[in-house]
Design a protein around this ligand. Structure first.
Ligand code: PMP
Length: 393
């Protein structure tokens, strides 16, 4: 049988990452490849009481179809939380999504026509690259340093590509580098976006997971024209399995997002939305986040000190103040995809960096995750990585 896929489906190719991730899941492998939160911190016991309360108090309504925009008490609670970090919005500006991954996909659908330019950090989040690719954009990458996207470079790209649809950025503890955009650049990005009339897609799943340094306001805080679309999620602060994310944007955009989401999945899980609200009523979410931050701080510190102690000095690493990832740059002579094969033989895994560069490059880079691993395994895993690296240099 000839399966007559659409052009879009025919263009979709497995990245190879999937197969490697499967190999890295073998029990003998210490894997720094995933991006999972620490499961031992999920509030399982508290959620038993929360689920019971939701079912007792709201019964069938919690299992019924509901509105595409989302459960108003959840949208209101999100506005209260966003206010604490400097975003003033009412619930009409918020739509609940099935994780922020859905928000990324819907954004691609909403704005990208064939060949449109979208601007992003170099490197950037792999699953956003893949989601946007479905809509066939031209990716224009902007160089970063330890303080995030470099604004002079961004301006050059904006000049070279008038009509660019949006700038996609992950300003806090970026995936994959762990880097954070500094305050001045956040303000400057909004100024540039105003000047060049381009939207900003601010993807912020990690902002609350800060374990060092001072919090910075989101880019949306500086937005006076409604051109910043802000995405966030409960995945890293509560549970990724419940699939609860949100979009905060100008009402005219939310209206369109609602139409798209309706065709996609009607609405986000009614029960999960009520669970999140009830959890926040019955428990202190910020105290829970503090526990997550304390554990991640410890794991990060262990990983960085092992990197500095065991890896060759020609390897440099990012120094994140939060989030889940550390980024390594290896000497030019090393290809991290080849290195990964040797590392899997030595029972340690990571994600090689090339996948995070939409237009290629980054062969000598890699991403390490530290959130989902005991300190002992972090130490042992970095020693295994060091053994392989020393044998190559
Ligand atoms: N954006 C970034 C930068 C991410 O790293 C992730 C998850 N790893 C997501 C979005 C999607 O998160 P979720 O769909 O679980 O909210």
């Amino acid at each position: 049988m000839n399966i007559n896929f659409s052009k879009r489906a025919r263009a979709m190719k497995p990245s190879g990452t999937h197969q490697l991730l499967q190999m890295s899941e073998r029990p003998e492998v210490i894997s720094f490849a995933g991006g999972f939160p620490a499961p031992e911190l999920f509030p399982v016991e508290a959620l038993k009481a929360v689920c019971e309360a939701v079912l007792d108090e709201q019964g069938p309504a919690s299992l019924q179809y509901s509105t595409t925009e989302g459960y108003i008490p959840l949208r209101t609670a999100i506005c209260d939380r966003m206010k604490m970090i400097g975003i003033e919005a009412s619930y009409e500006h918020v739509m609940i999504t099935s994780g922020s991954q859905q928000a990324i996909d819907l954004t691609g659908k909403l704005f990208i026509d064939d060949g449109d330019v979208i601007i992003c950090e170099s490197p950037t989040y792999l699953a956003a690259i893949n989601a946007f690719k479905l809509y066939n954009p031209q990716f224009v990458e902007v160089a970063m340093d330890e303080d995030g996207m470099i604004m002079e470079e961004l301006e050059k790209k904006l000049q070279a590509h008038p009509g660019a649809k949006f700038i996609y950025t992950i300003p806090d503890f970026q995936n994959p580098t762990g880097r954070t955009m500094n305050l001045e650049r956040r303000q400057r990005m909004v100024e540039l976006a105003n000047q060049y009339d381009v939207l900003i897609l601010e993807d912020n799943p990690y902002g609350a997971i800060r374990f060092a340094g001072e919090p910075l306001p989101p880019i949306k805080h500086f937005d006076s024209e409604g051109r910043v679309i802000y995405l966030s999620t409960f995945s890293k602060i509560f549970s990724p399995g419940l699939r609860l994310g949100w979009i905060c944007a100008d009402e005219a955009m939310i209206e369109k997002y609602v139409l798209l989401k309706e065709s996609s999945d009607l609405h986000t899980d009614s029960f999960a939305q009520r669970i999140a609200v009830k959890y926040m009523e019955m428990n202190d979410l910020d105290a829970h986040i503090d526990r997550i931050r304390a554990i991640y701080r410890e794991r990060y510190t262990t990983m960085v000190s092992c990197i500095e102690q065991f890896l060759p000095h020609s390897v440099s690493h990012s120094t994140p103040e939060g989030g889940l990832f550390i980024w390594l740059e290896l000497p030019e002579s090393i290809d991290s995809a080849e290195l990964l094969q040797d590392c899997l033989n030595n029972h340690v895994a990571f994600v090689s960096g090339a996948a995070f560069f939409p237009n290629g490059g980054g062969h000598n880079t890699l991403r390490l995750n530290f959130s989902n691993m005991s300190n002992e395994n972090i130490t042992e895993g970095i020693k295994r990585l060091a053994d392989v690296l020393h044998s190559k240099l």
